[in-house]
Design a binder for this molecule. Structure first.
Ligand SMILES: *Cc1c(COP(=O)(O)O)cnc(C)c1O
Length: 219
């Protein structure tokens, strides 16, 4: 299958209001270039070093999304070019993002990552913490950060009921606070659960395996 067919196949499964972030972690420059030529402009990476190398080598109109946990001491490396950080999971990290935005004379767009999985996960804000940050922002904090929405990851399970409940919990919070805080983006759904995520209100999906095939971390 060529890139155009795989991209079109994936896009055909998405409603018009849902945007696709092609998750390109572990993929080569050539693989990303192929998907870019097929028309894809949004790519997601979870390792800062890897994103920097790819950004350097690939066309400048690619929009780079930081999707994995972001270490505070690495924000500075992506701040000059990153399009959207999906994974702001602490107030301390948000302060660093604000600082680096100022240094780069940019307004940085971010999503607050909320912990919705019932399984033990390390990263993500509670709903209360997210609400506190959004309230501070509304009162004037973080002027160089644009909090455009929320991100959540469901448990890694075959239990559709559980995945649905987890996604719906974030969707309810999103809808409840959407107007007050001008939230636009709800990033939920990966290769194995994105159809459920879309049913639960997601308007941005992060898909790797379904687009590029299975990942090989040993390459
Ligand atoms: C790897 C990753 C994805 C994509 O996973 P696939 O199963 O390959 O679609 C999405 N979101 C995050 C945060 C990831 O780390």
């Amino acid at each position: 299958m060529n890139d155009t067919i795989r991209l079109t196949d994936t896009l055909n499964t998405l409603p018009e209001n849902v945007s696709l972030v092609a998750v390109s972690k572990t993929r080569s420059i050539e693989e990303i270039a192929g998907m870019y030529k097929a028309g894809q402009k949004d790519f997601g990476e979870n390792k800062v070093q890897e994103m920097m190398q790819k950004e350097e080598a690939l066309p400048k109109d690619i929009r780079w999304h930081q999707i994995g946990h972001l270490q505070k001491n690495k924000v500075k490396y992506i701040a000059p070019f990153v399009h959207l950080i999906h994974s702001v999971d602490s107030e301390e990290l948000l302060h660093i993002v604000e600082k680096e935005a100022i240094k780069n004379d940019r307004i940085l767009s971010i999503l607050l990552q909320v912990k919705i999985a019932q399984e033990e996960t390390k990263y993500g804000l509670t709903f209360n913490e997210a609400l506190q940050i959004l309230t501070q922002k509304k009162l004037g904090a973080f002027p160089h950060v644009n909090i455009i929405g929320l991100m959540g990851m469901a448990s890694f399970t075959d239990n559709i009921q559980q995945i649905t409940e987890e996604f719906l919990s974030l969707n309810s919070f999103f809808i409840k606070h959407q107007k007050e805080f001008e939230l636009q983006t709800l990033s939920m759904g990966m290769s194995n659960d994105y159809p459920i995520a879309i049913q639960c209100g997601s308007n941005m999906v992060r898909i790797g395996t379904k687009l590029f095939g299975a990942r090989d971390y040993n390459k």
